[in-house]
Design a binder for this molecule. Structure first.
Ligand code: LRH
Length: 450
């Protein structure tokens, strides 16, 4: 059997086909860049270009048994009464929420918002985006990005729960909307189509794409990635490592305490009713933006050079100044100067500073996750593109004092495929069974703390 996973990331998307009977092995059938566009001071996603590429990928996939879509979190498109898209979805790195955050938190204090929804304060949380979006109140529908693409492929509307949990408008205890809190923030969650969970049927593709089932998967990319962690014990921490690093543990119930809020922890919903208790740590975005500024597309030579250097300067990677696109080397240099540390002098030194800073941020996030949740861990799984970065994995193992198990790189697409395959009856079992399957098919690479 063949299942098509559409996986959209902030810098690129891909369509992969997996056969669960064989691993699942994954074949990439289409890869494309995701190029945001700035128009008149607002940063947008080019959603129609993405939709075209998704269709092209699904055509390139050939006959499949089903398909599923995941993407980055929090962003959405608005639809009018007739179902037409009202304007391009705005990118979460746009600055439009800056002036409304104070207004929202004056209506509903951060502590109450957190106690009801459990989401780490980030300026781009959907709750703030909707408050900043003048069109939202008049729109007939608010549709999260993977649900929007699913709608265009199938004609069916829905809101997938793992991604809905990132809006800061969902109650992670019930999996239903936090209607009261939303109303206090001046928002109507009635605009979101009905909720659905990973594994539910989301619709059928049009005949040109074979009229195949589309399943809701962990449509938040991080939910799919965490579902595919090749864990063989439940005592694991994880880092879903890409543009962002999502660092935490898996729980069966949310932690909604003030301490947890102040520590910047989020309770996102995972596949099969799990809770992804994690901190959003600014990830390889820092290095990606440096590379863009330097005009150095290849990361391998930077990593080789950085591996020869000692640890020197550490910056707080979650400093808000690193969020928008821009002169990342300049911002990193300013941080080092302000904290009285040596300022990196060349790309190799900047790379080393970024990786040491990330490893330090991972150590703190995992220690805090363990302390705040009571969940103990013996090992750290790194999945996603960052699992390829051997230097970062080594530094992480050393910083955390725990073995790091790195891979698979394509965890998100694997999690997407596994959930579809199970929904379609091609696989059975809980998350632990699916994970054991991945551990056998793609054994992770081990990095010891010393
Ligand atoms: C990673 C991710 C992350 C979100 C961010 C907006 O791709 O989905 O989990 O916080 O994008």
């Amino acid at each position: 059997m063949r299942f098509a996973a559409v996986d959209l990331g902030a810098s690129g998307g891909r369509v992969m086909v997996g056969d669960p009977a064989r691993g699942p092995d994954l074949t990439e059938v289409h890869r494309f860049p995701n190029r945001p566009v700035e128009v008149a001071g607002t940063l947008y996603w080019d959603i129609l270009a993405l939709y075209r590429e998704v269709r092209e990928g699904l055509r390139a996939a050939g006959p499949v048994d089903a398909a599923g879509i995941d993407s980055w979190a929090v962003d959405y498109g608005l639809l009018g009464e007739d179902g037409a898209l009202l304007g391009n979805p705005v990118h979460y790195r746009d600055r439009r929420t800056e002036h409304v955050i104070g207004e929202v938190l004056a209506k509903i204090p951060a502590s109450e918002l957190y106690a009801a929804t459990g989401i780490q304060f980030l300026p781009f949380n959907t709750v703030f985006q909707l408050a900043a979006d003048r069109r939202a109140a008049d729109a007939a529908r608010i549709v999260l990005i993977p649900d929007l693409l699913t709608y265009w492929l199938t004609g069916e509307l829905g809101t997938e729960r793992t991604n809905a949990s990132t809006t800061a408008l969902l109650d992670p205890r019930t999996g239903g909307w936090a209607t009261g809190v939303a109303a206090r923030a001046g928002l109507d969650v009635g605009g979101f189509p009905p909720l659905r969970s990973p594994g539910e049927r989301a619709g059928t593709t049009d005949p040109e794409l074979g009229s195949v089932p589309v399943y809701a998967v962990g449509s938040h990319d991080t939910a799919s990635a965490v579902a595919a962690i090749p864990a063989t014990t439940d005592r694991f921490g994880y880092i879903s490592s890409g543009t962002w690093s999502l660092v935490g543990v898996e729980l069966t119930a949310p932690v909604l305490t003030e301490e947890s809020r102040k520590a910047g922890f989020t309770n996102e919903l995972g596949v099969d009713g799990t809770v992804r208790y994690l901190r959003n740590v600014t990830g390889l975005w820092l290095l990606q933006e440096c590379q863009r500024v330097w005009g150095v597309p290849e990361v391998a030579p930077l990593l080789r050079a950085a591996a020869e250097l000692p640890r020197r300067s550490i910056v707080d990677v979650n400093d808000p100044r690193f969020l928008p696109p821009g002169d990342m080397p300049g911002r990193i240099a300013a941080c080092c100067r302000e904290t009285g540390q040596p300022v990196p002098r060349d790309p190799a030194e900047f790379t080393r500073c970024v990786l040491d800073s990330l490893a330090e941020a991972y150590r703190r996030a995992l220690a805090d996750a363990v302390r705040l949740s009571g969940k103990e861990i013996d090992v750290v799984h790194v999945v996603g593109g960052g699992a390829r970065n051997a230097l970062l994995c080594r530094l992480t193992a050393r910083a955390c004092g725990l073995p790091v198990l790195a891979g698979p790189v394509e965890a998100t697409a694997l999690g997407n495929v596994l959930v579809q395959a199970r929904a379609h009856g091609a696989l059975t079992g809980g998350l632990d069974t699916l994970r054991a399957r991945i551990a056998r098919a793609s054994p992770p690479r081990r990095y010891d703390p010393r």
